[in-house]
Design a binder for this molecule. Structure first.
Ligand code: GLY
Length: 421
């Protein structure tokens, strides 16, 4: 088979790496990819939203299956487009992607089908939202309806912050039309975990649960990022909770989508808050998580291609996904200044000076004409180690991280620490 992976991050590098382990796969292409994917696959210099050019490249290269990483091409209808070309694509349709691309759609779905989630109220008018806000008490969550690059949900610790969030979204329109509507959600406390499942629209097959770290600095300090690290599996979310969430959140969501005439195929990501009463769905995403994928897929023992094909063909009930009982810890190495303005173009040293079993998934990297690898983005690498438990995986990754270096590089030192101390 020839497979085309869409995207440029460490999630897509992980997907390409895992797909290449399948005896069914001859070649993997990545559009546009990064320096890491250039070493193991063939990069195509095409933007993930340039659907027509992607379609032509897929035809020219005889692609059998397209695997979509980021949400934006899904929201634009990339799966529908490849379907129209007669090329199999793994992921939900444009209509089904609304579960991520419209928080209001997801909120209404959860309410209609009784999926446990924090209480929230939807507003399409700024004055009405502002009036409602005045009757609430912080902390409170203000969420833009549409896609906002992971920055659309603001947890306001004070009324001043909540007012500013609402005005930024609906008046200043910092997220453009994604802020036409907002949801004002109650703030719930507990432990956050991501449970991501393969689904063919009827059957779900949950992956190993994982936790990600969104703040830039240790101890949840500083601004939000695209994710600074992750680990799997969390000790506080054992198998009975996976079963419970599958039964109360994931399967009901899949059935709801089918009932609404939008059968959902691909992966469904539930962002959960495990409260002292029950797990609640904070959000759904229509894709693999980043950086969760980097610590989940190394634990998959089954051929990923078999699972993806079963999803596309609608016979996931015939494939049993098997997972290692090991643990993985992934740490993101970022450029100085990230998540704000940051310089790129620095050589990355020491990539060959680590143990062979350390996994280095590239994100913002570029292969120079001189054969050197240079930084090319805010999040540069996700470095992943596996071990018999989280303590062993954590020790392995943090012992070796100092060998890898680029100017201004920084990373969190507390990934998975809470599971150990
Ligand atoms: N790790 C959060 C996400 O992928 O949306």
């Amino acid at each position: 088979m020839k497979i085309l992976v869409i995207g440029a991050g460490a999630r897509e590098h992980t997907l390409a790496w895992k797909l290449l382990q399948s005896p069914k796969v001859d070649r993997v292409f990545v559009a546009p990819g990064n320096a890491g994917t250039a070493f193991i696959a063939e990069n195509l210099d095409i933007h993930p939203t340039d659907l027509e050019v992607l379609g032509k490249a897929a035809k020219d290269n005889g692609i059998d299956l397209v695997v979509v990483g980021p949400e934006l091409p899904l929201a634009l209808g990339i799966v529908d487009y490849f379907d129209s070309l007669g090329i199999a694509a793994f992921g939900p349709t444009k209509a089904a992607t609304q579960i991520e691309s419209s928080k209001v759609f997801a909120r209404n779905l959860m309410e209609k089908y009784g999926i446990p989630s924090p209480k929230g109220v939807v507003f399409a008018s700024y004055p009405e939202a502002a009036r409602y806000l005045e009757g609430q008490h912080p902390p409170i969550v203000v969420k833009a309806d549409g896609l906002a690059g992971g920055k659309g949900a603001i947890i306001a610790g004070s009324m001043q912050e909540a007012r500013k969030a609402l005005s930024d979204i609906m008046e200043a329109r910092i997220f453009g039309s994604a802020g036409d509507k907002v949801i004002i959600d109650e703030y719930v406390t507990g432990q956050e975990v991501s449970l991501i499942a393969f689904t063919d629209g009827k059957t779900i097959s949950p992956m190993v649960p994982a936790c990600d770290y969104k703040k830039i600095w240790d101890n949840e300090q500083g601004p939000n990022t695209g994710g600074m690290g992750s680990y799997a599996p969390p000790g506080f979310f054992p198998a009975p909770l996976v079963e419970k969430v599958s039964a109360t959140i994931l399967l009901p969501a899949i059935k709801a989508m089918a009932n609404e005439g939008m059968p959902y195929k691909g992966v469904l990501y539930a962002g959960l808050m495990v409260t002292d009463k029950e797990p609640l769905a904070l959000e759904f995403n229509a894709r693999f998580g980043d950086p969760e994928t980097q610590v989940i897929l190394p634990l998959l023992k089954t051929d990923l291609v078999d699972i993806l094909l079963a999803v596309v063909q609608g016979n996931l009930n015939q494939v049993e996904a098997e997972w290692s009982t090991d643990a993985c810890v992934g740490v993101v190495m970022a450029s100085a200044g990230y998540p704000g303005i940051h310089k790129t173009g620095f050589p990355i040293k020491g990539l060959d000076e680590v143990d062979e079993d350390l996994l280095i998934f590239h994100a913002g990297t570029r292969l120079g004409d001189d054969g050197e690898i240079y930084t090319d983005g805010g999040r540069v690498l996700t470095v992943v180690a596996s071990g018999r438990d989280l303590a062993e995986a954590r020790e392995k990754v943090y012992r070796q991280l100092p060998s890898i270096h680029f100017e201004g590089c920084h990373y969190r030192t507390d990934i998975a620490l809470r599971e150990i101390s």
